[in-house]
Design a protein around this ligand. Sequence first.
Ligand SMILES: NC(=O)C1=CN([C@@H]2O[C@H](COP(=O)(O)OP(=O)(O)OC[C@H]3O[C@@H](n4cnc5c(N)ncnc54)[C@H](O)[C@@H]3O)[C@@H](O)[C@H]2O)[C@@H](O)CC1
Ligand SMILES: Nc1ncnc2c1ncn2[C@@H]1O[C@H](COP(=O)(O)OP(=O)(O)O)[C@@H](O)[C@H]1O
Ligand SMILES: [K+]
Length: 496
Amino acid sequence: MHKDLDTLIITPEEMGRIDRAAAASGLSGYGLMERAGQAVAAAALRRFPGALRFAVLCGPGNNGGDGYVAARALQEAGAAVAVHALGDPGSLKGDAATAFKAFDGTVAPLAAYGPRPGDVVIDALFGAGLSRDLPEEAVRIIEAVRDSVLPVLAVDLPSGIDGRTGAVRGDAFAAAATVTFMCRKPGHLLLPGRTLCGEVEVFDIGIPARILAGHAGHMRVNTPAVWRIALPVETGATHKYVRGHLAVFSGPATATGAARLSASAGLRAGAGLVTVLSPPEALAANAAHLTAVMLKPVGGPDDLAVLLDDERLKTFVLGPGFGDFGKARTYVREIAGRGRRLVLDADGISAFRDEPDALFRLFAGGEPRLVLTPHDGEFARLFPDLAEDAGLSKIERAQKAAARSHAAVILKGADTVIAAPDGRALVNANAPPWLATAGSGDVLAGIAGAHLAQGMPAFEAAASAVWRHGEAGRAAGEGMTAEDLVGALRGFDRTG
Ligand SMILES: NC(=O)C1=CN([C@@H]2O[C@H](COP(=O)(O)OP(=O)(O)OC[C@H]3O[C@@H](n4cnc5c(N)ncnc54)[C@H](O)[C@@H]3O)[C@@H](O)[C@H]2O)[C@@H](O)CC1
Ligand SMILES: Nc1ncnc2c1ncn2[C@@H]1O[C@H](COP(=O)(O)OP(=O)(O)O)[C@@H](O)[C@H]1O
Ligand SMILES: [K+]
């Protein structure tokens, strides 16, 4: 597949446009369906050599059409096949009707399907076209298949998953594997859809790259290919100030660990110098634990103002363990007013819960200088209307938040989304579940700060930080702590 296209994420709506453009360019729609169905049959035979029978469940649209092609191919390969249809297959239209007619075998009603040990279910009920909650009849079969613990191979998407949002519409199959076509859809990457898809195979059914690219939006999977070009250039002439000076605000004496995690991650992630800015009463606690990271007292806005006279100090992380919301707002105003770049995390985000627009005004216009790193709870504090809008996907929520705040937004979770004010969005897919550990978010904020300090644009700095955080989590392995995560941070592979 074309190198740029394998990271592309396409919404069902875009896929529909691509489909029509492919037809308009003279490509046979039935040809595409034939290749799709053949790919499903091949995957079924390869993945389930021990199957006694393939139960192919076909729906009322083109997803069902793929099912009829797969059933024919499986039968031709000598496998036992039982085909069950939702609704009257005689009323199928277009390519799906052609696929149904080409299948030479009995088609029983969906309700007549009785799961048998040895069955492998091929789910071709609904794919990209699911537009409302599943009908009762489909829900009953999903329950029966779940109860009999049969493996499911899903065509395009497990039926019940909304391809645009990853949400479950009524109920959904939990597939062992999913075969999709050309590109992944948001529903393959966003939770809970991601977990219900099992392993996802993307099969190229021959839609030309130019048609895909011409109708695709700005959503991709977060991989180095997306941001490698924005990585800081390492030359022999590099010295520590060229690699940037990052400053991380510490909380009070009882809560200094979070800032130190951010700071050590920042140093490890490539900032030339890192300084922890500490309230005077927490200096001793910080000093006892810092070596390569420097330490400076900052007791209030006047101290910060003096510090900002040093033009080399361009980048800040504020939030981890910070505690004092009033002071957080004052510091953020000063940092923004003096044109600096900021990663705002944790308490730094919560500090603006009563006046999010005041924060957005501080960073409005120009090249984005703010990276926001909320988890869902913090997101709801700054963007309550977007958090409540159940119709939005996580990608759409992050995109709208980024546009409103003029920030690169990292909306965290197992399916972290990174969005830019200009509409670009990435879904991260390399994070292991054990990243959900105390202090993990502090480490992420520090990496993002280091990337900003090295001069990367905010969106690329954020996206590459999320990816590196995931890679470090994998390298550190299950059972890791946030300290291990810092130790596992690696440099970038600049090739490829
Ligand atoms: N996009 C492409 O280029 C290709 C798409 N193909 C297949 O086509 C599928 C999309 O086909 P369709 O757009 O026909 O969509 P689907 O087959 O997913 O379902 C749409 C049909 O179901 C109805 N429907 C939607 N939600 C329903 C609900 N909750 N209860 C009852 N009925 C409901 C719709 O009115 C429509 O008739 C893909 O998932 C894929 O499997 C393949 O044939 C290959 C080519
Ligand atoms: N199930 C999960 N799988 C992978 N990554 C996760 C999962 N849950 C959380 N994460 C990641 O772990 C980090 C947790 O950050 P955060 O919620 O701020 O926690 P903390 O405040 O404890 O550091 C985020 O980067 C988030 O994306
Ligand atoms: K399906």
